[in-house]
Design a protein around this ligand. Structure first.
Ligand SMILES: *[C@@H]1O[C@H](CO)[C@@H](O)[C@H](O)[C@H]1NC(C)=O
Ligand SMILES: *[C@@H]1O[C@H](CO)[C@@H](O)[C@H](O)[C@H]1NC(C)=O
Ligand SMILES: *[C@@H]1O[C@H](CO)[C@@H](O)[C@H](O)[C@H]1NC(C)=O
Ligand SMILES: *[C@@H]1O[C@H](CO)[C@@H](O)[C@H](O)[C@H]1NC(C)=O
Ligand SMILES: *[C@@H]1O[C@H](CO)[C@@H](O)[C@H](O)[C@H]1NC(C)=O
Ligand SMILES: *[C@@H]1O[C@H](CO)[C@@H](O)[C@H](O)[C@H]1NC(C)=O
Ligand SMILES: *[C@@H]1O[C@H](CO)[C@@H](O)[C@H](O)[C@H]1NC(C)=O
Ligand SMILES: *[C@@H]1O[C@H](CO)[C@@H](O)[C@H](O)[C@H]1NC(C)=O
Ligand SMILES: *[C@@H]1O[C@H](CO)[C@@H](O)[C@H](O)[C@H]1NC(C)=O
Ligand SMILES: *[C@@H]1O[C@H](CO)[C@@H](O)[C@H](O)[C@H]1NC(C)=O
Ligand SMILES: *[C@@H]1O[C@H](CO)[C@@H](O)[C@H](O)[C@H]1NC(C)=O
Length: 449
């Protein structure tokens, strides 16, 4: 499970706060005031709450409640002398306010309604009643105002395997907890948004959902949107993140196909193919049922062999991956007997049609009556596979044999010959009546001829 990579374009109008922690070691100047602020992002048109605490060397006498906190920026000489906010003023240049209790060394600052012009480096300063004055020169606060909202993060706890229960969350940084983003996603309608305080005292808005994974979740793309109100809620800015679930699952829909289907003659090749849906892809084993139970006969999805009498029987395959296995249904290999049953309809359609023509000429010659039977010779399987119905008409001469004649020997030879007519019946009721000749119709046609 790869960690989400947040792609923040360089032109994003975000507010970055950069705190150069441990700056004392590299700070070229002497300092006796230090602040801690976390790194965070914020959005123009919104506010920014900057968690901040400070300490001073020497200790600021805590009995003096008359602290003044200030934020300053550099002047043209690169000295942090321009005071943009002072807690002793009621009106300030910048829309800032120290909301923390300075007596508790809390310099938490709220920057309301940011805009691009507030991009700058800020320095915190403390003044007491004339007795203490210090600037946190080694702990600058870099604020960069940008215009695009931060992209939410989608995180998934646990293994992406079927039957695993995983918690999927989407969270968005919340630089302005007074006006948090609204998170929505395609996992649930109106998810409850929770605002959490982080250990560094920044805030995160989060939605989450626990789901039990199945193979149907594989390939599902989670789409999470964070909508930030800006300009006192008159407008919104939206950022979106997507993550596609890659769920592993045991083999499913394992099935076998045989080619050629139906009867195969000994000495010909037959191909068995096993199919399965699995992630990671399955490996396959072939089994043949025997008196002594199933015997493993081959490996791989494709099993091809030369048909002999001993290969006749029931076959199945088992698809296996690291999550499990699945057995296909059994397929029966029908090996054609040495002397095939002559009553089976093996002749092709054209043969059948020719048969009819031959029959017609025979009938017109002899003037014999004939009946047409219509036995359903096709198997259930064929019926399902073929779109056109094929009707086999069996024309039996035996019943209409003349009593006794000089041609009786000839007739007895014909007696065993059964001719089949295949009549294609198309699906529309109209053409069915035209082509699906009833025995009587066929008889009538024969008579006319
Ligand atoms: C701010 O508070 C944190 C946590 O209490 C502390 O570790 C850190 O040293 C403080 N920062 C300053 C500058 O005192
Ligand atoms: C504040 O405390 C300092 C010592 O920490 C002491 O010298 C000073 O008198 C105190 N001031 C007040 C007003 O209590
Ligand atoms: C600044 O914050 C303090 C403390 O939260 C509050 O009492 C005061 O009204 C705020 N001032 C402004 C101008 O927002
Ligand atoms: C600030 O903290 C001090 C010391 O804990 C407390 O006495 C004072 O009431 C606090 N001020 C505010 C405005 O909460
Ligand atoms: C930023 O400052 C410039 C010049 O000081 C001003 O014209 C502009 O309106 C300001 N932009 C915003 C968003 O306040
Ligand atoms: C500064 O401290 C002196 C005495 O310690 C006191 O008289 C004065 O009122 C204080 N000034 C402010 C602004 O608190
Ligand atoms: C993601 O969801 C948002 C709304 O929640 C929708 O506007 C957006 O079209 C979706 N994006 C995709 C790729 O489905
Ligand atoms: C999905 O996970 C499998 C491991 O289960 C891995 O081999 C495959 O590369 C992943 N696919 C994608 C698109 O991340
Ligand atoms: C069996 O598979 C082989 C190799 O793919 C192919 O050449 C042959 O035509 C197949 N035979 C049948 C009956 O499908
Ligand atoms: C199948 O095996 C038989 C007996 O070994 C052989 O005579 C025949 O040629 C084989 N058929 C094919 C298509 O290889
Ligand atoms: C299929 O999995 C079961 C356990 O789930 C195991 O007993 C069996 O041997 C496996 N079959 C194959 C062919 O791997």
């Amino acid at each position: 499970m790869a960690a989400l990579s947040v792609n923040i374009a360089t032109d994003n109008m975000l507010l970055h706060i950069l705190f150069l922690s441990g700056a004392l070691a590299t700070c070229p100047q002497e300092s006796n005031l230090f602040i801690t602020v976390p790194q965070m992002e914020a959005l123009s048109g919104s506010c920014l709450q900057i968690p901040c605490n400070f300490s001073a060397e020497p200790e600021i006498p805590l009995n003096n409640s008359n602290y003044v906190g200030l934020w300053t920026i550099d002047d043209s000489n690169h000295k942090p002398n321009i005071v943009v906010f002072s807690s002793k003023n009621t009106v300030n240049i910048y829309p800032m306010n120290i909301t923390g209790n300075l007596s508790e060394k809390d310099c938490t600052t709220l920057f309301s309604s940011l805009n691009i012009n507030y991009t700058n480096t800020y320095y915190f300063r403390i003044e007491t009643n004339g007795t203490f004055r210090a600037t946190a020169i080694c702990d600058p606060l870099q604020i960069t105002v940008t215009d695009s909202p931060p992209i939410p993060r989608i995180e998934i706890s646990g293994d992406l395997k079927e039957k695993e229960s995983v918690t999927i969350s989407c969270s968005a940084s919340t630089p302005c907890p007074h006006s948090p983003p609204k998170l929505t996603w395609n996992l649930q309608q109106d998810p409850p948004n929770n605002i959490e305080e982080n250990t560094d005292r920044t805030f995160t808005t989060k939605i989450q959902e626990t789901i039990t994974l199945s193979d149907t979740h594989d390939g599902f793309t989670i789409n999470c949107s964070a909508t930030y109100p800006v300009n006192e809620g008159r407008e919104v800015k939206t950022a979106e993140e997507r993550k596609t679930l890659n769920v592993s699952y045991a083999p499913k829909d394992t099935s076998v196909s045989i080619s050629p289907s139906g009867l195969v003659s000994a000495g010909s090749w037959v191909n068995l193919t096993c199919y399965s849906r699995a992630k990671p892809p399955a490996s396959f084993s072939w089994f043949k049922n025997s008196k002594d139970g199933a015997i493993r006969v081959a490996e791989g999805d494709f099993y091809s062999f030369n048909v002999t009498d001993v290969t006749d029987g029931d076959y199945y395959c088992v698809a296996t991956n690291n999550l499990g296995n699945e057995t296909s249904s059994t397929i029966h290999l029908n090996v054609k007997a040495e002397s095939p049953d002559p009553s089976l309809p093996l002749e092709p359609v054209i043969g059948g049609i020719i048969g009819i023509i031959v029959l017609i000429s025979l009938v017109s010659q002899t003037g014999e009556e004939l009946t047409v039977k219509e036995p359903a010779r096709k198997t259930q399987e064929e019926e399902e596979e073929k779109e056109e119905d094929i009707h086999y008409g069996e024309i039996d001469f035996s019943k209409q044999r003349p009593e006794a004649s000089s041609s009786s020997e000839q007739d007895s030879g014909q007696q065993q010959d059964t001719l089949y007519a295949q009549v294609k019946v198309s699906q529309t009721a109209n053409s069915r009546t035209q082509t699906a000749d009833s025995p009587e119709d066929l008889y009538a046609q024969v008579k006319k001829k």
